[in-house]
Design a protein around this ligand. Structure first.
Ligand SMILES: [Zn+2]
Length: 278
């Protein structure tokens, strides 16, 4: 059982979902949720092969990266860009296409090799191992990365040091408050209990960002993932979640007014002037 919330210090929890080997518990006070038992190790990504995906998946993932770059440029971000945990590297490539001076850091050796072969400027390792000068980036991005850290506040503080005064942090997160997690329960693909320590709520992440020296500027809610059912390739067990995903995307994009909460969100947060102000 969890005894104390690592983010707000709260001591009351309620169970969100439970399976025989894992459960998700939410802090009543800050509404962030936690995997119990916690993943065994947060330094488990050296051998991950992020870039080996099918061609049709690659097209969609690149579209997702382009959408993110569209959001941050729309919010006025320009200049130097660091992608932390860049995985397939598509976000770096989209950032470069949009005129950013973009680079990345990633623990997966094979992902780093792939990025280097494509001519991208990258470092291999975890964020705390990176060799970057302080205050050099206009924007630091972590897309579906923070939930993989055993100590997200420490990770955010490292990111804060790298961001220029007045610069930004961009985060992509799952949202367990979404309609789909409520419908799918433990079958929701966003839990990933072997890797995700924290399941942030928008309010809970806003609180953590404040503690780490950021002020939230914009929040965009967005479905996490979608994938049209390919009847010849999709296992039967995945049809309900895939169909729900597609429905979610259609409802969200058509803006037809059905009460529906997407299962993901993006946050753009500005570096606070000084830590003493928080
Ligand atoms: Zn809490």
């Amino acid at each position: 059982m969890l005894s104390k919330c690592a983010i707000c210090g709260g001591t009351s929890f309620k169970r969100v979902v439970r399976r025989s080997t894992w459960a998700i518990w939410a802090c009543i006070d800050c509404t962030n949720a936690f995997t119990f038992p916690a993943p065994a190790n947060d330094l488990q990504y050296d051998d991950h092969a992020f870039f080996k995906i099918s061609d049709d998946k690659e097209i969609r993932w690149r579209q997702g990266a382009a959408e993110i770059i569209g959001l941050v440029t729309g919010a006025g971000c320009r200049g130097t860009f660091l992608d932390v945990g860049f995985g397939n590297g598509f976000l770096i490539e989209e950032a470069l296409s949009a005129g950013f001076d973009a680079q990345g850091i990633e623990a997966s050796h094979s992902a780093v090799e792939s990025a280097r072969q494509r001519g991208l400027r990258v470092q291999e390792g975890y964020l705390q191992q990176g060799s970057f000068a302080d205050s050099v980036f206009d924007i630091v991005a972590m897309n579906h990365v923070l939930e993989h850290s055993a100590d997200p506040e420490a990770m955010l503080r490292i990111a804060r040091d790298l961001v220029k005064p007045g610069g930004y942090l961009f985060l992509g997160q799952t949202n367990y408050f979404g309609t789909i997690p409520h419908l799918l329960g433990t079958r929701w693909y966003g839990w990933v209990p072997s890797e995700h320590y924290t399941h942030f709520s928008i309010a809970g992440l806003t609180l953590l960002l404040k503690k780490a020296g950021f002020e939230v500027s914009v929040v965009w809610q967005s479905p996490l993932f979608w994938d049209w059912i390919n009847f010849s390739r999709t296992p039967l067990a995945r049809w309900p979640s895939t169909a729900l995903n597609n429905l979610a995307v259609v409802i969200t994009r058509a803006k037809i007014g059905i009460p529906f909460v997407p299962d993901g969100f993006f946050v753009l947060a500005r570096k606070s002037e000084s830590l003493s102000e928080i």
